[in-house]
Write a protein that binds this ligand. Structure first.
Ligand SMILES: *[C@@H]1O[C@H](CO)[C@@H](O)[C@H](O)[C@H]1NC(C)=O
Ligand SMILES: *[C@@H]1O[C@H](CO)[C@@H](O)[C@H](O)[C@H]1NC(C)=O
Ligand SMILES: *[C@@H]1O[C@H](CO)[C@@H](O)[C@H](O)[C@H]1NC(C)=O
Ligand SMILES: *[C@@H]1O[C@H](CO)[C@@H](O)[C@H](O)[C@H]1NC(C)=O
Ligand SMILES: *[C@@H]1O[C@H](CO)[C@@H](O)[C@H](O)[C@H]1NC(C)=O
Ligand SMILES: *[C@@H]1O[C@H](CO)[C@@H](O)[C@H](O)[C@H]1NC(C)=O
Ligand SMILES: *[C@@H]1O[C@H](CO)[C@@H](O)[C@H](O)[C@H]1NC(C)=O
Ligand SMILES: *[C@@H]1O[C@H](CO)[C@@H](O)[C@H](O)[C@H]1NC(C)=O
Ligand SMILES: *[C@@H]1O[C@H](CO)[C@@H](O)[C@H](O)[C@H]1NC(C)=O
Length: 668
């Protein structure tokens, strides 16, 4: 490892020396006569998006090499502000966020880089890459606009980011040939002053040599609103495989200065995203290759979106809305995107082969040998060994300094709980044979429980779910409590909207909560700290459910979670209780650890953590994704631990299964 690394450094040093020897002045990338030029020769960009933040760093090199073997000469990546500034002025540039190492790696592998620094990136990434603390500022800021508070925060962020990447610009000896401003701004607004401001800040740190660019959909309205040729910012277009590229490249010319419109599709869609509840998106390999050929064989430039999609690990998946903001759909954990390089790195597929052939045919790049697929392991069936209810360990799993009391429920952002789950509790007095609970605005999914006991207790009674996209009042039966009823509402943030007019997407309970039309006051809120899970084994193991008991717990569809569930649970005395399950599996220290998937068939909804690494959300009841990708670098020889936070009921067998292959056939 060390040797290999220093060998690469040597190569890099040689590459830089030869560049210097032939004169820095020759390191120049520009556009002239509607052609890209690099060091005096015409240049065709054959690029692909690969996002460093969606791949474990140990695999960056592997994925870049696979992209290179596809024939790509350029890697495009977004830069997600939210990962780099998770809290105001606390900067992250290590591990997953070590962007400089990622860019240098591309350089070592002799690839160029197109850097999309945002500040907004879309990218099916939580809040389009904005840090959620932006949503707590008073008065509320207007994202993606000339709002002065917003601009000053962008300025501060770019003041940290851009000086770090400036030495990596092409003219400074690095691989970055172009830097993108904003992202598809023309499909959002027309605030050109905002774009002008971004250009000024970018030029302040990056100088005048670097080619700045915008990307917009290939239609007049988008290009008109999103481009700024007067600032000498190159306008690129994006479109899907069904579009006829050359008329769009003609249109692109109108939004570039004369002679400065090299045809560039900076997002050529090799596949598409998938939301929970949809079938997995696929795009035909040969029609994708044909469409790419129409660009490349006529000297057009294209960037595959995605070349390799990767994974939305943790809680970072984005979401979309339809016409209104309750029409919400979260993105699945996998960002495979049906890209030529699969989520788990495989390339032995018809799309990779077809695109590789087209790139070779059109550009004359040698046909590299197909990289070998990566071996995957099936670690088999693993029994879950311990069960602890969330309610039972609420004091251990919530940060006492962050537990808050307030008259009205607070948003997750105001509670400082930017991701995951928050438990809201209050109480009410029973007055009728049943009570009606309504939460007019909840983002995104609330599980409701009640109990006659005071405080948070184990085994409260499950009432039902209120979902952002299916918001119906719940009927709570009279429990005949001797005093007030305790009400518990566990809310999941399922990922912030990353595109469109509703991106100001705060999470948690965002309205008053009413019981029988009366506003409930006095709330106590517990932010759930999943990082505290490392101590799970210290908790008392609880009695495990027998298979027989567990099978009585309904595995329900989401639309049928209403009243009939109540009588079911009250009669059976079984609650649908959010709980933690722990399983162990052993990897022989003599055999290499390998990539694998965990199948959650038979489970309902939750998140899974392997060796303290959050591998993402599972929701097989909704589908289509049934199995989560587990890259080998998070595994270790010897004992490995999986902790599952299941919101409803586990697989009745109390097992998870490690499998070799991805599986997108659930929920149908
Ligand atoms: C662009 O075209 C003009 C006119 O034909 C020519 O003088 C110039 O050298 C060309 N630029 C490059 C970089 O070839
Ligand atoms: C472009 O801006 C104009 C003026 O604000 C607006 O009416 C139009 O809808 C915008 N176009 C698009 C495609 O967003
Ligand atoms: C593409 O560019 C090359 C080199 O500049 C040129 O020889 C060739 O004629 C061009 N092909 C087309 C289809 O424009
Ligand atoms: C929001 O849009 C969805 C889908 O079009 C629709 O079913 C729902 O009734 C709408 N909700 C509101 C509050 O307008
Ligand atoms: C690709 O897959 C085919 C069929 O599954 C297999 O026969 C072949 O060996 C694989 N090639 C590589 C390079 O992995
Ligand atoms: C959990 O919290 C309780 C009450 O604060 C405390 O007594 C107990 O030691 C904690 N357990 C662990 C494992 O931290
Ligand atoms: C019961 O709840 C009501 C609010 O619904 C509150 O006003 C009252 O103080 C509570 N009673 C007790 C004994 O806590
Ligand atoms: C509801 O419960 C309360 C408290 O247990 C009881 O006094 C009341 O009679 C019940 N109301 C009805 C309509 O059942
Ligand atoms: C977990 O345990 C460690 C050591 O036993 C302790 O220092 C730490 O505070 C615990 N974390 C939480 C969140 O309870």
């Amino acid at each position: 490892m060390g040797l290999a690394r220093s060998f690469q450094n040597l190569l890099l040093a040689l590459a830089l020396c030869s560049a210097t020897a032939s004169g820095e002045a020759s390191r120049r990338f520009w556009v002239e006569n509607d052609t890209f030029w690099k060091d005096g020769a015409p240049f065709q960009i054959v690029g692909g998006d690969i996002h460093y933040f969606r791949i474990v760093p140990e695999y960056w090199k592997d994925r870049l090499l696979r992209a290179k073997a596809l024939g790509l000469n350029t890697i495009q990546t977004y830069v997600p502000w939210n990962l780099h500034e998770p809290e105001p002025q606390s900067w992250e540039f290590k591990g997953f966020t070590d962007i400089e190492s990622y860019i240098r790696l591309a350089h070592e592998l002799d690839m160029l880089v197109m850097l999309r620094v945002g500040p907004y990136i879309c990218g099916e990434w939580d809040l389009g890459g904005f840090p959620p603390w932006l949503l707590t500022i008073e008065p509320a800021i207007e994202l993606r606009s000339s709002d002065s508070t917003y601009l000053s925060l962008v300025d501060r962020w770019w003041g940290v980011l851009l000086p770090r990447v400036a030495p990596l610009l092409y003219s400074n000896g690095g691989p970055i040939i172009m830097v993108q401003i904003e992202n598809e701004f023309g499909s959002f607004g027309d605030d050109k002053n905002y774009l002008h401001y971004l250009v000024q800040v970018a030029r302040r740190y990056l100088g005048n040599e670097i080619m700045l660019y915008t990307t917009d959909g290939g239609a007049i309205g988008n290009l008109k609103n999103g481009t700024i040729p007067q600032d000498d910012v190159f306008a690129a277009v994006d479109f899907d495989t069904g579009s006829n590229p050359w008329p769009i490249f003609q249109l692109q010319k109108k939004y570039n200065l004369p002679g400065k419109s090299a045809p560039l599709c900076s997002e050529f869609y090799t596949g598409w995203l998938t939301h929970w509840g949809e079938s997995i998106a696929t795009t035909d390999a040969s029609s994708t290759a044909k469409a790419l050929k129409r660009i490349l064989c006529r000297n057009g430039s294209a960037v595959l979106y995605m070349a390799h999609g990767g994974t939305n690990f943790g809680f970072y998946n984005g979401a979309n809305t339809g016409e209104n903001e309750s029409d919400y759909k979260g993105d699945i954990t996998s960002y495979d995107y049906d890209a030529p390089i699969k989520e788990y790195g495989d390339v032995n597929n018809s799309k990779y082969k077809a695109l590789r052939r087209v790139i070779h045919e059109c550009t004359g790049t040698p046909l590299h040998p197909l990289p070998p697929d990566i071996e995957r392991a099936n670690y088999g069936l693993v029994e879950v060994q311990k069960v602890v209810s969330l309610f039972e360990i609420i004091d251990n799993i919530s940060d006492p300094l962050k537990v808050a009391i307030s008259e009205q429920p607070l948003s997750m952002e105001l509670m400082g709980q930017m991701f995951g789950f928050l438990l809201y509790t209050s109480e009410y007095q029973e007055k009728h044979s049943y009570s009606i609970l309504s939460i007019p605005k909840v983002h995104d999914r609330a599980q409701v429980f009640v109990s006659c006991s005071r405080g948070v207790v184990r085994n409260p009674r499950y009432v039902g779910i209120i979902e952002r996209w299916f918001n119906k009042a719940l009927q709570i039966p009279n429990l005949s409590c001797s005093s007030n009823v305790s009400l518990y509402i566990l809310v999941e943030n399922m990922g912030r909207v990353n595109y469109g007019p509703y991106i100001f997407d705060q999470k948690g309970i965002l309205s008053s909560v009413e019981i029988d039309g009366v506003i409930l006051r006095h709330w106590k809120m517990y932010p759930i700290l999943l990082t505290a899970l490392s101590n799970l084994s210290e908790f008392q193991p609880l009695m495990q459910m027998t298979g027989d008991q567990a099978s009585k717990v309904s595995i329900y569809g989401d639309s049928e979670n209403m009243l009939h569930d109540v009588s079911f649970y009250l009669n059976e005395g079984i609650s649908d209780e959010p709980s933690f399950y722990e399983g162990h599996f052993h990897i022989d220290s003599k055999s290499a650890k390998k990539d694998t998937f965990i199948s959650f068939r038979g489970w309902n909804k939750g998140v899974a953590i392997v060796n303290n690494f959050n591998i993402g959300r599972f929701w097989p009841a909704r589908g289509p994704q049934c199995a989560l990708y587990v890259p080998a670098p998070i595994l270790k020889p010897g004992d490995n631990v999986v902790v599952i936070f299941e919101l409803h009921s586990p697989n009745p067998e109390l097992t998870i299964e490690f499998v070799k292959d991805p599986d997108f056939t659930c929920g149908k």
